[in-house]
Design a binder for this molecule. Structure first.
Ligand SMILES: *[C@@H]1O[C@H](CO)[C@@H](O)[C@H](O)[C@H]1NC(C)=O
Length: 286
């Protein structure tokens, strides 16, 4: 069997209408409604996200998110606002008393994303857009995960969107690019970081067919297919996380040890976070 199938020419290209509606069926919606305030992220009743999801244990989400005054991404126009996820020295996740001292991390999880929900069944397209905050630059000497899907048993990521220096492969890939990476840690596709612009990404996951397709656009341009459907082991269900996981340097045990400088003040602006049903070939591109 060929690894490559024909480009997704059969896909019906749809446009998002106002009010963050979509021509494709939305499965999970992480678009932040206009009027949302930082404190709204602390409560399940007012946040699109899980208010207790991955963060420093002494932090509230209202202390982690910023609502920067930048124009909305194409998928948020007229209905939603950008949200910035930040990390600091306090961003040490402590799941059940076992602090992950190697990482600095803060991750948003769309409400309703649990192992039983339909986002990891059938064919779904995961969307997110990012913009650099020049006031809170990332440090490309480190490796970052910025959006990823982790299995329910936390033993693998079906896909991960990254930047920075990939540990052990520093000379193979430039640090200052966005990288779309498969379950086997292979870089499927990458592109330059463009400051001052939205960069829009989407990944169609055929959960049962074990395929991935990558879409990308810059600014207000519609998404285009940039990496054909490729084989990927998509087993394991799990959940989609959007936010920053900064790995340390100088260790083989990235979860627990290694170097992180102090005085970290970093962030990344996100928009257009949603998951849609692409079983019929539907992908929202603008
Ligand atoms: C970036 O990270 C490296 C490695 O941790 C560190 O030595 C350096 O000081 C950092 N640079 C900035 C500008 O923070």
């Amino acid at each position: 069997m060929s690894i490559f199938v024909a480009a997704a020419t059969a896909f019906i290209i749809q446009s998002a209408a106002a009010q963050c509606s979509s021509s494709c069926d939305i499965v999970l919606d992480g678009r932040v409604p206009e009027g949302t305030t930082p404190s709204d992220f602390d409560s399940y009743s007012t946040s699109p996200f899980n208010a207790e999801y991955v963060k420093g244990e002494d932090l509230q989400w209202s202390e982690i998110v910023e609502l920067p005054d930048v124009p909305p991404s194409i998928f948020d126009e007229g209905c939603a606002i950008p949200v910035e996820v930040t990390i600091s020295d306090e961003s040490i996740f402590n799941p059940s008393g076992d602090p992950q001292n190697g990482f600095r991390r803060a991750g948003l999880q769309i409400q309703g994303d649990d192992p039983e929900d339909p986002s990891s069944e059938g064919i779904k397209t995961f969307h997110w857009s990012v913009m650099i905050d020049p006031q809170r630059p990332l440090n490309y000497s480190h490796e970052y995960l910025l959006a990823w899907h982790e299995t329910a048993s936390y033993d693998a990521n079906e896909f991960q969107f990254q930047t920075g220096s990939l540990i052990g492969r520093e000379s193979q890939y430039p640090a200052d690019t966005w990288k779309m990476i498969d379950r086997n840690n292979q870089v499927m596709w990458s592109t330059d970081i463009v400051e001052g612009e939205w960069q829009n990404f989407a990944l169609t996951v055929d959960w049962d067919g074990n395929r991935l397709s990558t879409y990308y656009s810059l600014g207000d341009a519609p998404l285009e297919l940039v990496s054909d459907s490729v084989y990927n082991n998509n087993a394991g269900d799990g959940q989609f996380q959007v936010g920053i996981l900064k790995k340390p340097t100088g260790t083989s045990d990235v979860v627990n040890s290694g170097f992180q400088e102090s005085g970290i003040d970093e962030g990344l602006i996100y928009g257009g976070i949603f998951v849609e049903d692409s079983a019929s070939g539907c992908v929202t591109t603008e």
